[in-house]
Ligand binder design. Structure first.
Ligand code: BTN
Length: 250
């Protein structure tokens, strides 16, 4: 990690096992500690994904990492997930991993198989406190893979030589701090033009699934706020609610 990134961090904690690295950082905030901080763990007993899903977190050498960032109260957070997803892709590319794509808003896929997930949680008070959690599969034991309801992959499956986890974690923390600093200053404008090169849904027919409603639509990239653009019955719509589940229709 570069000196300037390191200096911005108030704390970096590494655990053998926690419930959730996101929760560790929220607990730190509840104790009044509101400087940027990172938490890593070998294992999570209650790892969380988006939409209330579990994130399978066995002690198998994977990356479970969270970063706390206190945005000033006036910062607009639209599209933060997009910026973080692009940052994660850039870090993985720098470690020689190719064919990476982003499924809106921020699932990292290779050949439609999920390699990494990002969970952004915010609590608004006198500042916009945000915890960003990243789960990156290095190894997926068969028993774990069997519990996951979607196609998944791991660096062990994709790489002849798996990158050093500590080095990758250091670069990712640095990249996240740079991404958050840029996003805080300039919003999403520097990230939107990069989206199309990684867009796994580009022009794809997809299903939007929320509660008991499923719509089949055609994805059309993102707008300037990071919302998903899609065409349905010859009309263009946007979706900013990441609680909707998205599947490829074909
Ligand atoms: C998703 O794709 O649904 C998001 C998964 C995010 C998982 C990470 S692992 C580290 C951090 N701690 C958690 O409990 N969740 C995130």
């Amino acid at each position: 990690m570069s000196d300037s990134s390191y200096q911005q961090l108030g704390n970096l904690s590494i655990y053998e096992s926690v419930a959730s690295t996101n929760d560790q950082l929220w607990q730190r905030l509840e104790q009044g500690l509101d400087t940027p901080a990172v938490c890593l763990s070998e294992h999570q007993t209650a790892g969380r994904g988006r939409r209330g899903d579990q994130w399978q977190s066995p002690p198998a050498g994977n990356l479970y990492l969270s970063l706390f960032w206190p945005f000033p109260a006036n910062t607009l957070q639209n599209g933060l997930s997009i910026a973080i997803g692009i940052g994660l892709i850039n870090t993985l590319k720098a470690h020689g991993i190719s064919d990476l794509q982003l499924k809106w808003p921020n699932d990292v896929l290779v050949n439609r198989h999920k390699l990494a997930g990002i969970l952004v949680e915010s609590r608004f008070g006198n500042q916009h406190n945000t915890v960003i959690g990243v789960g990156l599969n290095f190894k997926l034991p068969t028993a774990t893979r069997d519990k996951i309801q979607q196609p998944t992959t791991s660096l062990q499956q994709l790489c002849t030589e798996v990158p050093c986890r500590n080095e990758l974690a250091g670069h990712l923390i640095q990249n996240m701090i740079e991404t958050l600093t840029l996003f805080q200053a300039r919003g999403l404008q520097d990230f939107v033009p990069l989206w199309s090169q990684y867009d796994a849904l580009h022009n794809a027919t997809i299903q939007l699934i929320s509660d008991d409603v499923t719509q089949t639509v055609k994805a059309q990239g993102i707008d300037e706020n990071g919302a998903l653009r899609y065409e349905h019955q010859n009309q263009l719509h946007t979706l900013s609610n990441s609680h909707v589940s998205i599947r490829f229709a074909s």
